[in-house]
Design a binder for this molecule. Structure first.
Ligand SMILES: [Zn+2]
Ligand SMILES: [Zn+2]
Length: 500
């Protein structure tokens, strides 16, 4: 039998392991959002200033609960580990530019790029944009339907293990207000009969158990599989959760039979399915750090260019019959700068609806989440006197359904947070702050229009004053923010996390 003291000892060892082993590996949640410079990590990982207090408390506990022959060596070990940890954190902050982590991430990323090209050879319908749309639908529905009877609609898209796991849920818990911050393909594997893609998803949601709601931020890795050698379905079956056979909205029996066309959809035969998913990181989301600013970390980092950029530029120019050197400055003025100023103005004034037609659904939802988070804390983030100093074209992707352009934008602005009385709570309304961000614009392949007429619906020509939450023109019922008419902004990545 373990006596009381031994039990305490084990408890302390567990605590120590938690503090020193786990906390340095907590992943900061870096969100695509305006003013991302005040790197807001959603977690309560305790790797910040609160670490010291925790240590003092722990030492106090050790001395008061354990005999000296255990407590003294233990405290010495704690001090050594604590110092190593502190030094490690310091070094990480100093050597951002040449850190092996940065190079390794870049190399890994290049590898994934070539795997995607390989996939496109066997599946010319593969579009990264559409695939991630599909992933976001699955993620969203998975949590929305978790523990409800609608969950069966996911049956053609979940592997056996996932279905078994889902049955263990108590029906008293509900997940709502799911917001995806970012998604990234982290691995592609080709097996003889199966193709697998892993996607890292940063998101947050509200979990309600017995009327008590808590907001969490999380990072998860989702593994998607499908039979080798099949073609991706067309966009209509990828952009929302639909029957891969007939395209009707997902409505399946427990056994995966489509209620619309009667076809049994076997997992992985026509569409990707979730083999498994792992939680990498789950934290209670705290809003206490909203007005806190940290020095910009990535502005001085070298720009990451796509290896095959020039090939794509030539291809793009031929496709649209244009002269790149003439087209580029015009795109920079009429799309990049115009969008940048309009979006940040709307952000500052909490009037995001004004730029609804310029943002994809996912980006808009992510923006709205931040606006509401600031609002509920009684704060507003202001970006004023915005000045763009440089724009670099860094990446282009062309696939059968979409084309995308990524640019790195160097800018400066007054960036600060005010409370309801107008008092500045963080940042500065006098000294401009320099920063850079990677922006990715997408457009449907075959569309020629670059410029948006901001005041009218591109489909029916009615005034663009009635565009709902979903980006649908209320006059003609057409969705105008999916790149079918012109460029829309799909992703914003902070410079310190961009890997290509
Ligand atoms: Zn069907
Ligand atoms: Zn319209």
């Amino acid at each position: 039998m373990i006596n009381k003291k031994q039990r305490l000892f084990y408890l302390l060892i567990t605590l120590l392991t938690f503090i020193f082993i786990i906390s340095p590996f907590f992943i900061d949640l870096l969100w695509a959002r305006p003013g991302g410079g005040h790197s807001y990590s959603g977690g309560g990982s305790g790797s910040g200033g609160s670490g010291g207090d925790g240590i003092a408390m722990l030492i106090y506990l050790i001395f008061s609960l354990l005999p000296p022959y255990i407590s003294i060596p233990l405290v010495i070990v704690i001090f050594i580990l604590y110092n190593i940890n502190q030094r490690k954190n310091k070094n990480e902050n100093k050597t951002v530019i040449s850190s092996p982590g940065f190079q390794a991430k870049y190399a890994k990323h290049n590898n994934i790029e070539s795997e995607i090209q390989k996939l496109k050879i066997v599946d010319p319908n593969f579009s990264r944009i559409l695939f991630l749309d599909f992933v976001s639908s699955i993620f969203n529905k998975y949590y929305t339907w978790y523990g409800t009877k609608e969950f069966k609609n996911l049956s053609p898209f979940l592997g056996e293990q996932e279905i078994l796991n889902s049955k263990r849920t108590s029906n008293r818990q509900r997940i709502t207000e799911i917001v995806i911050g970012s998604m990234k393909i982290s691995e592609i594997k080709f097996f003889q009969n199966i193709t697998g893609i892993a996607v890292d998803i940063n998101a947050n949601y509200t979990l309600t158990i017995k009327n008590k709601s808590t907001r969490y931020s999380l990072t998860e890795r989702w593994y998607f599989n499908r039979k080798a050698g099949i073609l991706s379905p067309e966009p209509e079956k990828m952009q929302k959760l639909a029957c891969p056979n007939c395209g009707a909205p997902a409505d399946f029996t427990d056994n995966g039979v489509c209620q619309s066309c009667g076809t049994k959809i076997n997992t992985g035969e026509m569409q990707w399915f979730v083999k498994k998913h792992n939680v990498i990181n789950l934290n209670v989301l705290r809003t206490s750090g909203l007005a806190h600013y940290e020095p910009e970390r990535g502005t001085m980092l070298p720009t990451i260019y796509q290896g095959s950029l020039n090939t794509f530029l030539v291809q793009f120019s031929q496709l649209h019959n244009l002269d790149w050197n003439t087209w580029r400055p015009s795109f920079e003025e009429k799309v990049i700068k115009e969008y940048f100023f309009r979006i940040y103005e709307a952000w500052s004034k909490n009037r995001l609806k004004k730029v609804r037609n310029l943002l994809t659904d996912r980006l808009y939802e992510s923006f709205m989440f931040w606006i509401n988070t600031y609002k509920s804390a009684g704060l507003t983030n202001k970006l004023e006197n915005i000045n763009i100093s440089n724009v670099q074209f860094v990446r282009m992707d062309l696939d059968k359904f979409y084309e995308s352009i990524t640019v790195r934008i160097f800018a400066s602005s007054l960036d600060y947070v005010v409370d309801k009385s107008g008092k500045v709570r963080g940042g500065s309304n006098k000294r401009p702050r320099a920063f850079s961000e990677y922006w990715t614009f997408i457009r449907r392949t075959g569309v020629e229009k670059d410029e948006y007429d901001y005041s009218t619906c591109p489909n029916c020509g009615a005034p663009a004053d009635k565009i709902g939450q979903a980006g649908v023109c209320e006059y003609c019922g057409t969705k105008i923010n999916n790149g079918d008419f012109s460029w829309v902004l799909a992703i914003i990545t902070q410079d310190e996390v961009y890997t290509g």
